[in-house]
Write a protein that binds this ligand. Structure first.
Ligand code: SAH
Ligand code: SF4
Ligand code: F3S
Length: 463
């Protein structure tokens, strides 16, 4: 076998947790002599880290898998191994089905199994060599496929290298996985499994390592991040997200803290108060409500009412008056009437979001809502989606306009196309671009004055 490092290409779909997982998969494979590349055609292994949340997302994965069929054929003809792995939520949901549909896939693994990758690669490599030898002897090509879509007993977090040495100004840190909420439209409880919280000590240690590597901002991740309930550092008792945020706020050098995605029902008073007590907790919260109709929220099994949601928003605004919000909305959930939809529009009018993501309801096999008979017509869904998006768009624009002329602190994360252009984020998650005065401001927080506001970004100048 060649001693030179092998090339690994990872394509990530879906949510931030997949971004974090992709990084960890690269970390795990580093010691096995896999180096990341941006070019799939020259790679020795491709991992597609997939998302199952909507039908379109899943179909995208299948068309992407198809693109590697000819590469695989070419390589096999040359006697070289090329491994195609499907990881993530489609891997979990579809398991062996993927190999039935696309037999040239070698490995399928769910999001809880990525620490098993080296073992799976070893098996795939062994199978490849045996197949090659058999082929020379004129024997039929055997398929040896590896599928790992169980939920392993041990936690993947105990098996992954502690931290990537890849410096990041803004780092993701998964603190919680899985979901026990079972919203009737959602596949996540089935793809990510039951809720699990990492111990406080492990999170603090990982956060400190990111900061030592230069991170100024950490975003705590979880499918249901504010359901967090991890064992405390002393081993006595369990902490919620509020105390965890306060603890992490003590890390010197860390300037900004965020968390996502939260469920309204789990916004407890300690977490709300943390927004008042820690200036490091940024004043922008993604708090998905999905619908503004109590009847639909009930059918969705969201476990809260519209009034409860607005009360949470009000409490947050009380402790942190400058806080802004974003949300996810689903339009055309089975049974949604025009009146239900108008209730969603009214809620949006009352809250005034800084940003929001609107989705047309997509039937996910195996979820309770997929079986409801009163599915909404596609045309109606499309029309409602457009109306909601128009409203959200207008709010986003006026939210950004309200910053015009103001001075805001921006964390600069990237250099733009021009060498003197820098891109960063405001406390309210707005993308900000500026032209620097020649100094390198990467990784720093600077006060800037907003000189132009667009629907998706702000233009500023250094103060
Ligand atoms: N855990 C988060 C969100 C996870 S999925 C929460 O509880 O809010 C991200 C978003 O995808 C959801 O908020 C929802 O708006 C959307 N989504 C999930 N399932 C969907 C489906 N079947 N059809 C359309 N949108 C869906
Ligand atoms: Fe899905 Fe609901 Fe869990 Fe969010 S809270 S991941 S929408 S089941
Ligand atoms: Fe998609 Fe799985 Fe995230 S379904 S949204 S990648 S948890």
């Amino acid at each position: 076998m060649s001693e030179s490092p092998k090339k690994l290409y990872i394509k990530t779909y879906g949510c931030q947790m997949n971004v974090y997982d992709s990084e960890k998969m690269a970390d795990i494979l580093g010691p096995h002599r896999y180096e990341l590349t941006d070019d799939p055609t020259s790679s020795d292994m491709v991992i597609l880290n997939t998302c199952h949340i909507r039908e379109k997302a899943t179909e995208k994965v299948y068309s992407e898998i198809g693109r590697y069929q000819s590469l695989k054929k070419e390589r096999t003809a040359e006697g070289r191994q090329f491994i195609l792995a499907v990881a993530g939520c489609v891997g979990q949901a579809e398991g062996g089905e993927i190999i039935k549909r696309a037999p040239y896939v070698d490995i399928v693994l769910g999001p809880q199994a990525y620490h098993k990758l080296p073992e799976m690669i070893e098996r795939a490599t062994r199978a490849f060599h045996i197949n090659q030898m058999d082929k020379k002897k004129g024997k039929e090509y055997r398929k040896d496929k590896i599928v790992y879509a169980d939920f392993p007993v041990e936690s993947k977090f105990d098996h992954i290298p502690a931290v990537s040495d890849n410096p990041r100004v803004s780092a993701f840190l998964t603190i919680q996985e899985g979901c026990d909420k079972f919203c009737t439209f959602c596949c996540v409880p089935y793809t990510r499994g039951a809720e699990y919280s990492r111990p406080v000590g492990d999170i603090v240690a990982e956060a400190k390592r990111y900061v030592a590597l230069g991170a100024k901002e950490i975003t705590l991740l979880g499918q249901n991040v504010n359901a967090y309930h991890g064992i405390s550092q002393s081993g006595q008792g369990v902490w919620g997200l509020g105390p965890l945020c306060l603890e992490l706020s003590n890390i010197e050098g860390l300037e900004r803290l965020r968390y996502m995605t939260s469920h309204p029902k789990d916004m407890d008073d300690a977490l709300i108060q943390a927004h008042g007590d820690s200036p490091k907790l940024m004043p922008f919260l993604h708090l998905p409500v999905q619908s503004g109709s109590d009847a639909i929220l009930k059918l969705m099994n969201r476990k809260h009412t519209v009034a409860f949601y607005e009360e949470v928003i009000q409490k947050l605004r009380h402790v942190r008056p400058d806080i802004g919000f974003s949300s996810d909305f689903i339009v055309g959930f089975p049974g949604e009437t025009e009146k239900d939809f108008e209730d969603t529009l009214s809620l949006v009018e009352r809250v005034q979001y800084g940003q929001a993501y609107c989705f047309s309801y997509s039937r996910r096999p195996g979820t309770p809502a997929a079986g409801i008979e009163t599915q909404v017509d596609e045309e109606i869904k499309k029309e409602r989606l457009q109306r909601l998006q128009t409203l959200i768009h207008a709010q986003q624009e006026s939210f950004n306009q309200s910053f015009l002329g103001k001075s805001i602190p921006v964390l600069f994360e990237r250099q733009g196309k021009r060498a003197d252009q820098y891109l960063g984020k405001s406390p309210h998650m707005q993308s900000v671009h500026i032209l620097s005065n020649g100094d390198n401001i990467m990784g720093q927080v600077h006060e800037i004055k907003v000189i132009e506001a667009f629907d998706n970004s702000l233009k500023g100048e250094l103060q």
